[in-house]
Structures are given as structure tokens and as C-alpha cells.
Design a protein around this ligand. Structure first.
Ligand code: SF4
Length: 69
């Protein structure tokens, strides 16, 4: 078993979904829905729930609107 610490993420050691599992694309086809305005986006290039490098212009099937500031 791989230790959670090996993930190298400071703090949270939660498992993330692989990009393929949530149909992530680096370029959203929906103008109003992209990672930059998703509740799970972590600027500049990551996501709370999807693994790997995440583009602000990307999109996946678990997109949800970021709370209005
Ligand atoms: S749309 Fe949201 S949940 Fe999906 S990869 Fe982008 S930031 Fe993460």
C-alpha cells in the first residue's frame, strides 16, 4: 500500500478521481462551465477532486458552480 504522504500534497490526503474517470478535457466545450468557475478548482492548475494538472479552461462531468463571491 502506498502511504498517503507519498502523494506529496500538503495537508489533505484524500484520494482524487483520475481525469479519465470524470471525462476531464483541457478545453471546455461549454463556455459558461469551466474549471476556473468550478467550486472544486484550486488555482493555478489543480482540482480538489480530480487528479493531475488541471487547466483553468478545462471541464469535467463533476463540475459545479463556484459560490458567488
Ligand atoms: S470542472 Fe471542476 S471538478 Fe472538474 S476538473 Fe475542473 S475544477 Fe475539477
Amino acid at each position: 500500500m502506498i502511504a498517503a504522504a507519498a502523494l506529496g500534497v500538503a495537508g489533505a490526503a484524500q484520494a482524487k478521481s483520475p481525469q479519465k474517470g470524470v471525462q476531464y478535457v483541457a478545453k471546455s466545450l461549454k463556455p459558461a462551465m469551466n474549471c476556473a468557475n468550478c467550486a472544486s478548482f484550486l488555482a493555478p492548475a489543480a482540482c480538489k477532486v480530480v487528479d493531475g494538472v488541471i487547466a483553468p479552461a478545462g471541464y469535467c462531468m463533476v463540475w459545479s458552480p463556484a459560490p458567488k463571491k
